[in-house]
Design a protein around this ligand. Structure first.
Ligand code: P5A
Length: 447
């Protein structure tokens, strides 16, 4: 892609209302544009990252057996009256009146909707387990939308819903999602902390939040850093005891939110060098709530004895749009964003020092094609701008590998390469640079 053929409206100024780095950087790098309070357009660069995160989430959920579908954003209020949540949900629920004076709501979540789908089609234990997910926009009329897409009113969520015959089977589904979440966050290169959580509005008895610690989170978390070093084997875990063991590897380490934190136990259990506390950003939240929705909504199945029983359910959310901001919050410096290879909008940036030099353009075109043959995405800054501006913008948008090419480099068949992750520079032969970057980018993109 050539910069002049794409759309990246970068901006030097720090927007006045953007209080945290990710919000500032997303606006300055032309990723998003605010349309009204808590509502954003995703400009091409931001949209590219959003799609890459979505893809990783989708791949891992499918590997864990969840099946993708798509439910609408608008829901009938009747379902929420059936579940008993209509009155309790409060002002965060956005209600819409259609031309027939019927009330609809812009879905803040989909437990009711998916339960309705389930009960319409599934009648027997033989069709279980079932896990359905979608990646769809939600709306919550947050009282204080802030920090850009971190706490928006409209936001993109991946929400999965599991259906099982009984509590034990339902636990299995919960643990599968737990492990799938760990895998997703590892691929996104963020260290997340699973913390036992209150299930709040969604309900149920078993719940974990997945949070990352950054300078700008909300609410304190405490944990044992050793949990970040755990490795997951790639085996598909299917029986309850294997799953329990895998989840237990994570939950054996101390982790707590402020309200559940016990300083005495923290100090007893965690050696000082592994103690970590800081402000948390919640990027995922999972719930197991048994019959909470299926019972009032009469989502019954026949069990092995031929008896009608309510199906056991769980729900599993990931803030896909929030993750874009969370990753930036986690990985940036004074100059801009530093994307992990797995979600970077482009892997390689090429700065054309002399935009009108035909020789340079030709060589850049060749280098670009070679990268692309290796499935790496390239952004060539071919604008008629100062080299200083081009450097600053490349740093701002955060691509991992940046090549600078001018007439002298072409004569010497050498190129300056900047490695954004380590903030180091090397002068390499053109061939050497291509090989190095290709192998580095591939290695780091792999799950
Ligand atoms: C789980 C899936 C649920 O809604 N129902 C379906 C359950 N959980 S949750 O914790 O309320 O939300 C899941 C994740 O969505 C993100 N999120 C948000 N992202 C941006 N702006 C918001 N206002 C917002 N609210 C929730 C979070 O990452 C949360 O973990």
């Amino acid at each position: 892609m050539y910069w002049t053929e794409f759309f990246i409206p970068t901006n030097k100024e720090i927007p006045a209302d953007a209080k945290i780095p990710s919000h500032q950087l997303m606006i300055r790098s032309g990723m998003i544009k605010q349309e009204s309070s808590g509502i954003y357009s995703w400009l091409p660069l931001g949209f590219k990252v959003l799609k890459k995160i979505e893809k990783i989430v989708r791949e891992e959920q499918e590997k864990a057996g969840a099946i993708e579908m798509l439910m609408p954003t608008l829901q009938a209020v009747e379902l929420w009256k059936e579940s008993g949540r209509y009155d309790g949900y409060g002002k965060e629920m956005l209600k819409i009146i259609d031309r027939h004076n019927r009330f609809l709501i812009y879905g803040p979540t989909n437990e009711e909707q998916v339960t309705e789908i389930f009960r319409a089609f599934v009648k027997s234990y033989k069709n279980l387990p079932l896990n359905l997910f979608h990646i769809q926009w939600k709306f919550r009329d947050e009282i204080r939308p802030r920090f850009g897409v971190m706490r928006g009113r409209e936001f993109l969520m991946k929400d999965a819903y599991s259906f099982d015959l009984n509590e034990e089977e339902s636990k299995k589904s919960y643990y599968k999602m737990f492990i799938s979440y760990i895998k997703i966050f590892k691929r996104l290169k963020i260290n997340t902390i699973p913390v036992v959580a209150d299930s709040g509005e969604i309900g149920g008895s078993l719940s974990h939040e997945f949070s990352i610690i950054t300078n700008t989170g909300e609410g304190q978390v405490y944990c044992d850093k050793r949990l970040f070093d755990l490795e997951l084997d790639n085996d598909d875990l299917n029986n309850l005891s294997d799953l329990e063991r895998a989840v237990g590897n994570y939950t054996q380490f101390y982790s707590a939110t402020e309200d559940k934190h016990n300083e005495k136990i923290f100090k007893e259990k965690v050696p000082e060098e592994f103690r970590l506390k800081g402000k948390a950003i919640e990027v995922g939240h999972i719930f197991s709530f048994g019959e909470k929705y299926s019972s009032p909504m009469k989502a019954y199945i026949t069990n092995k004895e031929g008896k009608n029983v309510s199906v056991y359910m769980g729900s599993y959310g990931i803030g896909v749009s929030r993750l874009v901001a969370a990753i930036i919050e986690y990985s940036h410096d004074k100059k801009g964003i530093i994307w992990p290879n797995s979600v970077t909008p482009f892997h390689v940036g090429i700065i054309n020092v002399q935009a009108d030099n035909k020789e340079c353009l030709k060589v850049i075109q060749e280098i670009k094609s070679e990268f692309e043959e290796n499935n790496l995405e390239v952004l060539v800054d071919d604008r008629d701008e100062s080299v200083g501006k081009k450097y600053a913008d490349m740093d701002l948008i955060g691509l991992p590998y940046i090549l600078t090419i001018g007439p002298r480099d072409i004569k010497e068949k050498k190129v300056d390469v900047k490695f954004r992750h380590t903030d180091t520079k090397e002068n390499l032969s053109i061939e050497g640079a291509i090989n190095r970057i290709t192998s580095l980018a591939k290695e780091k993109t792999r799950s």
